[in-house]
Design a protein around this ligand. Structure first.
Ligand SMILES: Nc1nc2c(ncn2[C@@H]2O[C@H](COP(=O)(O)OP(=O)(O)OP(=O)(O)O)[C@@H](O)[C@H]2O)c(=O)[nH]1
Ligand SMILES: O=P(O)(O)OC[C@H]1O[C@H](OP(=O)(O)OP(=O)(O)O)[C@H](O)[C@@H]1O
Ligand SMILES: O=c1cc[nH]c(=O)[nH]1
Length: 489
């Protein structure tokens, strides 16, 4: 039976990044030889935009559903481990785990062991790539994994394994990390550590003699016969896949590490809520959607334009939300006489709008679901406290308990109206898992309240804003009073 070595990941924080100064804030600062490449036209490090700007902060609430994967490749003894350690150190307030591709070396068979000098440890076949990919896929799904422990002196896997818990950031380093396509595809950031060959050879001799039980002649022979040819064939060409190539010599490249960690922090800020609450759904955005949001948020936009663009966005929210209802496979015969295997929409739905602003979503729902029943709830603030919400009026379908409920309100601010309305729906016998809460703009405060209190209610929103103003309870930057802008002249 194999033993298990527990290895704790570094301490995590709930709120993501700290606003540390970095060269990223000053695009004119020297980049100290760091190459930033965009292989697929997709930029990785955005140098132009000051990180603290309002636009970047509001964009930073876009959702990320899994850990941030970083792959660090480079030739033997190039300094990959140092780069990883430096990144980890700077992300000390995040939950980070580091894996090494070396852990996944296949153990040698007795025949291979008998002639170990002829074994090529630098060829991609020497690594159990399926196991690496499986391990990362598990971590991607936020499941813990058992990572093998490889012994460089016996060329075998230990009977013990390392237990690794899921983390916010997973770093994997190894000479072939960028060579293997299936592994590469899982990476959010690909780094290549670029170090002179002679420096690497010197380090390799030093390390293998001191730490891996080799003699100098043996190290040089292995280097000439296998390590260098494999570097030229597999490792060096994999540089072209890198997002960032770090020149790494006798001195550490601090600016490069700063830039990389700054980028990771920026990424980590984005999905915090989505990672905490699986019942939160942030609609995918694009420039069209952002353009419409820009218009409705602009205080100078006329009422007619506000209604026009709000309606377009609300329709998208409704369409997106309908995609979260269950469906059944259905086969039809098309006009060409051929079968089309499709799906049948969910039956037994109803809408419930929270008066007044929620009523702005009724047309969008009717346009998508012909003849749908729509009920209404009016909650009202009583007393001086923002938490005090009283139910004033409700008119709900008599058979609501049998239906999926699309509860509609364009603004989720403190979450108190939503909580009260959900309680009303639940009191009618509706299963919590059959409630979808649809909003156009949500504040993190409201998301925390609703998602935590009702973990089976799906909260769907088009954008998550920065927060709530402490005195007005309005969403910031928000929209102002939605109802006034939509309904009043
Ligand atoms: N002789 C021998 N070499 C091995 C064995 N397993 C792996 N290697 C060598 O280990 C190397 C991979 O490790 P490196 O990339 O050098 O290790 P690293 O510590 O991550 O390197 P840096 O952090 O970049 O310094 C390959 O070049 C292999 O030749 C083994 O069982 N026997
Ligand atoms: O999350 P909360 O802090 O409860 O705030 C959100 C509520 O505020 C707005 O309604 P409002 O009370 O302004 O009434 P209206 O719809 O009539 O404009 C909005 O439509 C929500 O119902
Ligand atoms: O910002 C806010 C908060 C609550 N209701 C609104 O209409 N807007």
């Amino acid at each position: 039976m194999s033993g298990v070595v527990m290895e704790g990941s570094m301490s995590g924080s709930e709120n993501g990044a700290s606003p540390k100064q970095s060269p990223l804030r000053n695009p004119h600062r020297s980049l100290n030889g760091l190459h930033i490449v965009c292989p697929d036209g997709g930029g990785v490090l955005q140098l132009e935009e000051p990180r603290g700007s309002r636009s970047s902060r509001s964009r930073s609430s876009r959702g990320r559903t899994q850990p941030f994967f970083i792959g660090v490749a480079g030739g033997t003894a190039s300094g990959k481990t140092t780069v990883c350690n430096d990144i980890m150190q700077r992300l000390h307030d995040q939950c980070v785990v580091m894996l090494s591709q070396d852990s996944f070396y296949r153990g040698l068979t007795p025949e291979e062991l008998a002639d170990v000098a002829s074994y090529n440890f630098d060829h991609p076949d020497s690594i159990d790539n399926e196991a690496v990919v499986h391990c990362l896929t598990e971590l991607q799904s936020m499941r813990s994994v058992e990572v093998p422990i490889y012994d460089f002196t016996t060329h075998q896997r230990s009977c013990e394994v390392r237990h690794v818990e899921p983390a916010d950031v997973v770093i994997i380093e190894g000479i072939l990390v960028l060579h293997i396509e299936s592994l590469r595809e899982l990476l959010n950031m690909k780094i290549f550590v670029d170090t002179d060959d002679d420096l690497r050879l010197a380090r390799r001799i030093q390390r293998d003699v001191a730490m891996r039980g080799r003699d100098i002649a043996g190290v040089i022979e292995q280097y000439t016969k296998f390590v260098k040819p494999a570097f030229d064939t597999f490792v060096a060409p994999s540089r072209k896949h890198a997002d960032v190539i770090i020149p790494w010599g006798r001195q550490e490249n601090e600016v490069a590490i700063d830039l990389i960690t700054e980028h990771i922090r920026m990424k980590l800020q984005q999905p915090e809520l989505r990672r905490i609450y699986r019942n939160l759904e942030l609609m995918p955005s694009n420039f069209q959607i952002r353009g419409m949001h820009t218009l409705i948020r602009d205080r100078t936009t006329s009422k007619a334009d506000f209604v026009f663009y709000a309606d377009r966005l609300l329709r998208l929210v409704v369409e997106h939300s309908l995609g979260h209802l269950p469906f059944r496979e259905k086969c039809v015969v098309s006009a060409t006489g051929h079968p089309y295997i499709g799906v049948d929409f969910a039956k037994k739905l109803c809408g419930v709008s929270i008066i007044r602003s929620g009523e702005s979503m009724e047309n969008a729902l009717r346009a998508c679901c012909k003849g749908i029943k729509i009920g209404k709830i009016l909650v009202h603030r009583v007393g001086d406290h923002v938490m005090d919400k009283e139910l004033i009026y409700e008119k709900l379908p008599a058979d609501i308990a049998e239906r999926h409920v699309l509860l509609m309100d364009p603004i989720l601010a403190t979450g108190n109206s939503a909580v009260r309305a959900i309680q009303v729906v639940l009191s009618k016998g509706v299963d919590e898992g059959k409630i979808l809460f649809l909003s156009l703009i949500a504040a993190p405060e409201g998301i925390h309240v609703v998602c935590k209190k009702f973990p089976r209610v799906k909260v769907i929103t088009s954008e998550i804003d920065e927060g709530i103003d402490e005195s007005t309870f309005q969403v910031i930057p928000g929209i102002g009073e939605f109802g006034d802008r939509y309904f009043c002249d």
